[in-house]
Write a protein that binds this ligand. Structure first.
Ligand SMILES: *Cc1c(COP(=O)(O)O)cnc(C)c1O
Length: 384
């Protein structure tokens, strides 16, 4: 079988694919057909937080496979109980709902916000402010939440009730708030939107404003969460406690999972029959997530920060780099012709991502200095 031909013939053409067939991987490395090896600065888009084949993670997941991969959510199970406790205690929030993806975690956040408001104020207070240039998912409602016009075509009618404010502009946020506003949803670092970091003062202002007006603050941590920025949650850099936090990507180290964390105010809003899922938070995904979270400690977070500084210092003399944005292992590099840079990196055995017109780096949290410096050598030479 020719894998690429097979895809072209039988798989819906929804991705502009990179020309390689992957077979396996290690910590910051991927192995492809024809004996080609890559250094991996993408982690499967922030999913493989511990790289591939992390020993403790593999053991935990394999042990769980031998017991049971799935039970219905109608029954209790141990790995999911452990995961709930860990997430709640380490976030400072109150309760959690598990699903299978980022879009679902955000759908749940949206439903929770609207029901909270309905329970408390009755009908009509359903508007949610989000940011221009945001990305919140591919379902109809999360596309609506996404503040990019290009995402609001073809699939009309979209879910109504979303207003888009300019990022880092507190006045514009207040202009978008009406008496119908129930929530404000944002990424603290816009991932797909170009690795754009929200200012500390801006976040503090919207946090206080939301608290004073009973507008729920929803932080989409699907890309920034699970240690990506050098803290378990990116909001911990900002000194705020959101009402709702959505997680997915890196949480289970590669197994599909979504999680919506609820603060005290909203933790009992979604009651039996108002929300649910068949697969969400099954014991396999929970076992994977427990193994990931066990490794995300202060020591690993210190290393992510140090290695992030190392990346920035290695790249600081590249004359063709205009700016570097982001935090920890979520970095955006502004340079001319990002597509050309990506292609040349690929040809030399380095996988990087893009975000709008930037090169985006999301290495595994566990990547070694050795692998990191090998990859940076290629990147520096390619960018120049
Ligand atoms: C990836 C991403 C999503 C969507 O997650 P899926 O698992 O692809 O549905 C939502 N929000 C942010 C910030 C993301 O990075």
């Amino acid at each position: 079988m020719n894998v690429k031909d097979n895809y072209k013939k039988y798989t819906a053409p929804t991705y502009a694919k990179v020309d390689t067939v992957l077979l396996g991987g290690g910590n910051g490395e991927l192995y492809a057909e024809d004996s080609v090896n890559f250094i991996d600065f993408g982690s499967g888009i922030a999913v493989n937080s511990l790289g591939c084949n992390n020993e403790e993670w593999v053991n935990a997941v394999c042990d769980q496979v031998k017991k049971a991969v799935h039970f219905s959510n109608y029954y209790y199970n141990q790995p999911t109980a452990i995961l709930s406790e860990t997430l709640v205690k380490r976030s400072g929030l109150g309760k959690v709902f598990f699903s299978n993806s980022g879009a679902e975690a955000n759908e749940c956040a949206i439903k929770c916000a609207r029901k909270y408001s309905f329970d408390r104020y009755g009908e009509g207070r359903y508007e949610i402010v989000t940011l221009k240039n945001s990305f919140h998912g591919r379902t109809i409602a999360t596309l609506s939440a996404t503040g990019q016009d290009a995402m609001h075509t073809y699939f009309m009618p979209f879910t109504e009730g979303f207003l888009y404010a300019e990022p880092n502009d507190f006045d514009d946020f207040k202009n978008k708030v009406t008496k119908k506003t129930c929530a404000f949803m944002l990424e603290l670092i816009q991932g797909e939107g170009g690795v754009n970091v929200m200012d500390k003062a801006y976040v503090k202002n919207v946090y206080e404003y939301c608290k004073a007006n009973d507008i729920l603050l929803i932080i989409d941590e699907i890309q920034t969460g699970v240690g990506r920025t050098g803290k378990l949650f990116c909001y911990q850099h900002y000194g705020i406690l959101p009402d709702i936090v959505s997680l997915a990507k890196g949480l289970a180290g590669g197994i599909p999972i979504g999680a919506t964390l609820f603060g005290e105010k909203v933790q009992d809003v979604l009651t039996a029959g108002t929300h649910g899922t068949t697969f969400g938070g099954n014991p396999l995904a929970a076992a994977g997530a427990n193994a990931v979270l066990a490794q995300i400690d202060d020591k690993l977070m210190d290393e992510v920060i140090k290695k992030s500084d190392y990346i920035k210092s290695e790249l600081k003399d590249c004359k063709n780099i205009k700016s570097i944005s982001g935090m920890g292992f979520m970095l955006g590099i502004e340079t001319d012709n990002y597509a050309d840079v990506m292609k040349k990196c690929f040809d030399r055995g380095l996988l990087v991502l893009s975000a709008k017109t930037k090169i985006r780096l999301l290495p595994p949290l566990t990547i070694s200095y050795e692998t990191l410096s090998e990859g940076l050598k290629i990147l520096k030479e390619v960018i120049g």
